[in-house]
Design a protein around this ligand. Structure first.
Ligand code: BEZ
Ligand code: FE
Length: 293
């Protein structure tokens, strides 16, 4: 019997000893996942050579992360977000064919059962911020419009908070809406120009960010979920390319293809034509959905 099969531990064979004990598991996927995690974890510990105190700090951090989590706040997802793992898992699971729009993280602030609104509605119910007209088309990879696409959008208000973070302060469903495209695949609605905001940073993950010299901000964006029969659901954002945090998103959610153009419209004729009274920002952005295979 080899030393590792006997279960005798040495620093050199540490990962092999542990992995050998899961060889007979009946769940092959679990065996694959746990072997990889054990091997990479042991390799990291060998590289780091933590002191006992440092290892205890790590355990305390994970304990605090658990204590900060509840039904509403998920500190482990935030940890995965700031380490880029949420985006990596999202990318692996949402590989798109050429020409299709890319996905990004969902984030914790989506809510179900948002009221459906007619195209052209204004989702900004608190009247704060700079008005913004958002429009475009939902297309397939052949460039044809997709009728009946459900468009679920949400964004922060001008103070950088989602309505659900400020219950009783913002109107319910402020800056949220659900729309359905008609036969031309177009969409249009009014909102408020988004601005950057911090991810929840009052817990251990925020503290870790600070210790690593990182800020907690996400660049200004609008969230979308697009659903249509026969197509893969797309969870994505569009970003303001001029935002000061566009190159340092705390959760690494920015992809080049998700940069939109935020144009300030000051021409009085255009302002009148859109039924507005003041200058506004205009964002024209098409989305291309991948067919389900
Ligand atoms: C968001 O964009 O809503 C978000 C994403 C990840 C973590 C926190 C917030
Ligand atoms: Fe967000």
């Amino acid at each position: 019997m080899s030393t590792q099969d006997q279960g005798y531990f040495t620093e050199e064979n540490s990962a092999d000893v542990v992995v050998s004990k899961i060889a007979s598991t009946t769940d092959p996927r679990l065996a694959e996942v746990m072997s990889a995690i054990i091997r990479h974890l042991h390799a990291a510990v060998k590289e780091i050579e933590p002191s006992q105190d440092e290892w205890l700090e790590a355990i305390k951090f994970l304990t605090a992360t658990g204590h900060k989590s509840d039904d509403w706040r998920q500190e482990y997802i935030l940890l995965s977000d700031i380490l880029g793992v949420s985006m990596l898992v999202d990318s692996i699971n949402n590989r798109k064919p050429s020409g299709a729009s890319e996905s990004t993280v969902l984030g914790p602030f989506h809510i179900p059962d948002v009221p459906e609104l007619p195209m052209g509605s204004n989702i900004c119910l608190d009247g704060k911020g700079e008005p913004m007209l958002i429009k475009g088309r939902i297309l397939n990879t052949n460039g044809d419009p997709i009728e009946g696409t459900k468009i679920d959008v949400w964004q922060t208000n001008d103070d950088g908070f989602y309505d659900v973070q400020q219950k009783g302060i913002q109107p319910d469903f402020n800056l949220r809406g659900v729309f359905h495209t008609g036969s031309d695949g177009t969409y249009t609605f009014w909102g408020a120009k988004p601005r950057y905001y911090p991810i929840p940073d009052d817990g251990p993950v925020g503290k870790l960010l600070g210790s690593m010299g990182r800020h907690p901000y996400r660049p200004a964006h609008l969230h979308y979920i697009l659903e249509a029969d026969g197509y893969e659901t797309l969870v994505t954002h569009i970003f303001d390319p001029d935002d000061k945090y566009i190159n340092s998103d705390a959760v690494f959610g920015v992809k080049e293809s998700l940069l939109a153009k935020f144009d300030l419209i000051e021409d009085p004729e255009r302002i009148r034509a859109e039924g507005a009274e003041d200058p506004f920002y205009e964002v024209v952005h098409d989305f291309v959905l991948a067919p389900t295979s």
